[in-house]
Design a protein around this ligand. Sequence first.
Ligand code: NAD
Length: 493
Amino acid sequence: MRTAQHWIDGNWRDSREHGDSVDPATGNVIGTYAMAGEEEAYTAIAAARRAFAQSQWRTDRQLRAQVLNRMADRFEGATDDLVEILSLENGKTRSQARLEVNFAPETLRFNAALALTDTGRASQVSAGEFSFMVRQPAGVSGIIAPWNSPVALGIRSLAPALAAGTTTVMNLPWQTAQTNAVVARLVGGTDGLEPGVANVITGGHVSGDVLVRSPDVPVISFTGSTATGRAISRAASENLKRVGLELGGKTPLILFADADLESALPVVVDALIVFSGQFCMTGSRLLVHTDLAERVREDLGKRLEAVRVGPAADPDSEMGPIISKKDVARIDRMVEEAIASGVKVIVRGGPVTDGPLAAGAFYRPTLLEAGDSKLDIVQNEVFGPVLTMQTFATEEEAVALANDSQYGLSASIFSHNVDLTMRVALALESGSVWINDWAKLHDQFEEGGFKASGLGRMRGFAVIDDFIEFKHVRLTPGVTQSEHKHHLAGGSS
Ligand code: NAD
């Protein structure tokens, strides 16, 4: 059995501490991994710092674009390998793993193009005196990504960090160490990438904390929970460093009275079960117009009961396992507490405790009806396939329910009344809004959170600004006033 290692300064590195990688569908050990602590993080930061100071990376944008395009080709060529290991280690069904993996080459290519885009301003601010803006890479970027989509989310931060000309240390989670090693091989082996420019370590909060506290890492690009985002923001403030935060969510799915349930309900099911509900954009709050409520209870209930839960290895599986048994127990505790506090059970779902799936971390989809928005199950992210349903009678009520949340990552609206959907889209406190759809993301459009769902934006043109320092240069080139007047009068020099 091979040990998944770190990629630091152009070499594979082991650690003193090791762990076992586990298949969540069976509980079987599938490999071992080196676990980064403080030492690995400091070594990687030193390598990235040296590469920033000494390599061509920060000044050669053609090189950056070439390398990112080559990296994209490598990820595309390794799609099947990545799908295989990600579904084994993270539990995603093959089609859902492919959905994740396919983001990587697209994101890398978009950022290769961004590397060549320099949009600045220049002005003759007064006679003979000039000002212009220079965009400079900030230094070493610290990237921290979670286990639920390590390939797509790691690359979502890595690609713009490299495009901007920063050098990087990427802290990927120990839960997906085997996948991280494939990512490290694909990134690290890219032709033209000098040692130290992109370092990939497998770790957790100890190595992550080193990145956050190090004065040598001026930028942190973090994806993870709101609680950790807050802790990182506090720690980073010591050094006044810049943090991009992509955090948790509690996505409302709003079914208006004219919604076409035949097309909307399959989207609602997907919004709940994709990545087994372990998706920042999981549709977890269903808001239904009272006219539709009875039909939705019945029809959606049937659809959720029919979801085929099983391992990624079985092509018939529609929803894979949860990341661990511990998380199955945590999710079920939240559901039990909700039931005790009075929510109505439409579909109980819950842990699979018998039959061939019992050894794995499986949880069947759950649908609960809540009368009160203040309940924990409505307010807090479950990070599992648990959907609450609430009803509303008016557009204002729907918007108020949707916005009654600390989160503001994304929302879906189902209606064919274009005026209503646009009014509601503009009123929602949400970074992304989909109309008659869910979780459609494109590299050319920004993604991120309002309120406690984050700070800054990933993707789109805004993404690169996280990794850039803007510098105003004022140039008084010695053009004398009389020479200037001569020019204005049409004289030649
Ligand atoms: P988490 O916040 O517990 O951990 C994320 C990573 O942060 C860990 O893998 C670890 O390496 C690192 N970390 C933990 N504590 C740290 C600390 N104090 N300092 C520095 N680094 C630290 O999140 P998780 O449970 O791994 O991931 C699930 C969460 O991520 C959910 O809340 C989900 O909504 C969110 N998420 C958000 C997005 C988005 O784009 N907004 C995408 C995916 C996941």
